[in-house]
Ligand binder design. Structure first.
Ligand SMILES: C[S@@+](CC[C@H](N)C(=O)[O-])C[C@H]1O[C@@H](n2cnc3c(N)ncnc32)[C@H](O)[C@@H]1O
Length: 182
């Protein structure tokens, strides 16, 4: 059975500023995203993290925001326009098994997405393929939908895809793991 995909209308709730009270995107992303970087937000939804990534990379940087649902990307584009960040964000509609990204990136975020993808090993392999040497992936999964045991399985999938597990010393958020490109 195909995994459940977050409905597009829930994107509005996920992008709500109230979410900052328990998941502060700036605190979560600051250790990883620096000025001038090219970064990837996989399964970006309506851009709760994408917009902060765009602020952190600055004018010289670029954010590639990929999602399966065009309505999520449309919501992100509207928010980016309002906040004057459109010039540094590229939105890309992807397929369930094909992220369609080939640009090398310094950092990738997969936040509450991996449990929705049909083939996690292929998903992580595609991310590993675009991470620059020394680049990192921050993986976060929601405790509500993903048990500790299931998360261990997801981490194993990422390792099987060629990513190297690293120590995460950032903000306590969801079930998380940090990976480095080999
Ligand atoms: C729970 S939402 C999280 C959105 C965003 N990362 C956030 O934290 O606000 C999951 C997102 O992943 C997207 N998604 C699901 N399966 C995907 C896939 N195979 N490839 C890319 N995106 C996918 C959904 O469309 C949805 O926008």
């Amino acid at each position: 059975m195909a995994p459940h995909v977050c409905p597009w209308w829930f994107g509005y709730a996920l992008a709500s500023p109230l979410r900052r009270w328990f998941q502060d995107p700036r605190k979560i992303l600051t250790p990883f995203v620096k000025e001038g970087m090219t970064v990837l937000d996989v399964g970006c939804g309506m851009g709760f993290f994408t917009l902060e990534m765009a602020r952190l990379v600055g004018k010289a940087g670029r954010v590639i925001a990929v999602d399966l649902q065009d309505k999520m990307l449309a919501g992100l584009r509207r928010r980016a326009m309002k906040q004057g960040l459109s010039d540094r964000i590229q939105t890309r509609l992807c397929g369930p098994d094909d992220l369609g990204v080939s640009d090398p990136v310094d950092f990738a975020l997969s936040f509450a997405v991996a449990h929705e993808v049909p083939d996690p090993t292929s998903f992580f392999r595609q991310i590993a393929a675009v991470l620059k040497p020394g680049g990192s992936l921050l993986l976060v999964e929601p405790k509500l939908h993903v048990s500790e045991e299931q998360f261990r399985g997801v981490v194993e999938d990422a390792v099987a895809a060629g990513l190297k597990l690293a120590e995460y010393s950032g903000v306590e958020v969801g079930r998380n793991a940090l990976f480095k490109a080999e």
